[in-house]
Design a protein around this ligand. Structure first.
Ligand SMILES: [Zn+2]
Length: 272
């Protein structure tokens, strides 16, 4: 079982990271993708600590739409940060999370679009998949992916919404990653998506420290809780938990590259 989206290098985990990682392993996790904010030097240092404690953690790095204003007028800065991280010992397996957020609008929308487009190009040049964050920006997000991401593998992280929206993402070739929202009783649209989506296009995540699933809503989330997403997904698909875990793990390894997630000094078969 792989948590394909967590912010394990966030400072909120710094005090008890050992225990958080131990609980993840106890819960049956065999790996995780740690999302890093490009340009955040402190988080980068903590990411090294995460990988010391848990060698099956790979990294995704990118300039989040919230941060896009930080690189406005600095073409090449996002790329420089991503390439620098990829050259370091962080097992970079994706560019992300990148995209558009018109809910918070922390960066001007034209800047968000420019920075998103630049990073789609970087991902393509580096042969890496993308992790997409999009909020209240569907038309621009789908238009940009259709124009600039043809053939580029990737995932809509923390997918929300219904079957129509899911179909749009799937038609672009993207995976859907389901988070703790799936456990919310009122998320009926998402429940339909969980039952509808092709088995080979689904991933699971926590988005830790955010979005804790039932019964931990409002608390700090952590990778161990991805097991609850897997359990709910199994219920909704009428499948066994083992089946859902095997399928979503295979999907994660295929999308993010097994090598990055199993970048250890033991044989890579140990990953599974
Ligand atoms: Zn995130």
């Amino acid at each position: 079982m792989i948590d394909t989206h967590c912010h394990l290098a966030d400072e909120v985990f710094a005090g008890d990271l050992d225990a958080v990682v131990a609980r993840a392993k106890d819960a049956g996790l065999t790996g995780a993708v740690c999302i890093l904010a490009a340009g955040d030097a402190g988080e980068r240092v903590r990411a090294g600590r995460v990988r010391e404690l848990w060698c099956h953690v790979a990294s995704a790095i990118g300039v989040h739409p919230h941060q896009a204003h930080e690189v406005a007028g600095k073409p090449g800065q996002a790329e420089a940060w991503i390439r620098d991280a990829a050259a370091a010992d962080l097992a970079v397996c994706a560019v992300g999370e990148i995209g558009l957020d018109y809910h918070y609008d922390f960066s001007p929308r034209d800047v968000q679009r420019d920075v998103f487009a630049e990073q789609l190009a970087v991902a393509r040049a580096m042969g890496l998949p993308v992790v997409i964050h999009t909020r209240e920006a569907d038309e621009d997000t789908f238009a940009m992916l259709a124009a600039d991401a043809q053939g580029l593998p990737g995932v809509f992280h923390c997918f929300t919404g219904g079957v129509d929206r899911a179909r749009r993402a799937l038609d672009l070739g993207f995976h859907l990653s389901l988070a703790g929202i799936l456990t919310f009783p009122k998320a009926t649209d998402l429940h339909e998506v969980a039952a509808f989506a092709p088995a080979d296009r689904l991933l699971i995540e926590t988005d830790s420290p955010f979005l804790a699933p039932v019964p931990f809503r409002g608390k700090r989330n952590e990778p161990a809780n991805v097991a609850r997403v897997a359990a709910r997904l199994a219920e909704l698909r009428g499948a066994t938990v083992d089946t859902v875990v095997a399928q979503t793990t295979a999907n994660a390894l295929q999308l993010f590259s097994a090598q990055a997630l199993a970048r250890v000094d033991t044989p890579r078969a140990s990953m599974l």
